[in-house]
Ligand binder design. Sequence first.
Ligand code: ARG
Length: 458
Amino acid sequence: MSKLWGGRFTKETNKLVEEFTASIQFDQKLALEDIEGSLAHVEMLGSCGIIHEDDVETIKKGLLTIKEKMNAGEVEFSIEDEDIHMNIERLLIEEIGPVGGKLHTGRSRNDQVATDMHLYLFKKTKEIIHMLKSVQKAIVKQAKEHIETVMPGYTHLQRAQPISLGHHLLAYFWMFERDKERLHDSLKRINWSPLGAGALAGTTFPIDRNLTASLLGFDTVYPNSLDAVSDRDFILEFLSISSILMTHISRLSEELVLWSSQEFEFIELDDSFCTGSSIMPQKKNPDVPELLRGKTGRVYGNLIGLLTVLKGLPLAYNKDLQEDKEGMFDTVETLTGSLKLLAPMIETMTVNKEKMYQAVRQDYSNATDLADYLVNKGLPFRQAHEIIGKIVLYAIEKNKYLLDLTFKEYKQFCDLFEEDIYAVLTPKHVVEARNSYGGTAFSQVELQLKLAESKLKD
Ligand code: ARG
């Protein structure tokens, strides 16, 4: 098969080179975007009088036929044609004859591939935003049911202060909200059109870049042709946002794995989201959150991979840039696969309220409240902290919790204690007492839920 660019060559391409340089194995994912871009380009060529309207119609028809054949699975791509752009051009010429060769007037694969990537990522980013919303909805649903479910809150993975489970879950809502905002904001930059930048310097034809941009739904065009063909910031940005998002998914997954362990028994994941062991009959493994945590690694890897490819690249297009694709596709697939599972997994998990409550009842996480009690009686906080520290030590020695100490015992440590300390120490009261804005008091969590729900409206 002779190359579409073969005129200048006297020898066939080495087979190994052909295999090594081809991208069709993976860039066929851009087939629809490539046709979309070509349809806009040829329309513009016609409207600017660069090619005849009859040719425009023939080329458009040819492109649409190829699209239909592709959808019907009737198209075979070949490695000899290297990438999706050359493959489609070859198919077009086979379909409509030499007039198909007019499509590439005033265009290069360099602005063409960049256009395809922009179109692809714009679509996928919107899909991911939508999927993130479903995860947030699942979180809100669980949080709503568990406003008054009390659990230990941790610092250093040591029981710190009791909190509402709803409050804990909503912390993830806000992480995902920021991810959503970041993705949304990135659309502005994905939505620049590189089409018409040519190979690197523009074109001799009187093209209209704004026309192709508006036909394709871009907001604006790159003002610099060199930048247009060599910019991959929009992919780097997507990979960075995805890395942060995967960090959040991974932290949540880690908690779900911990909480479903026999050591915690705070939650149980639905059977349909777990797997068994080939040897140990009793096992129910949280494979899904484990794998979500694990898949974070490949997304970070894709980001570092592309940063490294771009570092030190001279302007403008270099073949290195073909390495931008696999990491991007892989990240899109990893994210969509992960988010699809995360929403129903959260929604179907069950909570062991009793276990959570017992964990709070059997610890000293109400100690801060006892210190605050003394502060309310006029003692400086530092002094109160010292006294309560001594009481905790005493209680541990006696194998008792703070609620189990007698009033007489309390009085030995400080004369300011009165009978009302026991009411202050109950887990529910401890949670309710944190009534500052954004705190864990039930009414604050309810307020927070309203705000969260308002974010999901549009
Ligand atoms: N497959 C190529 C890529 O993905 C398309 C651009 C090729 N341009 C070139 N000058 N060889 O980067």
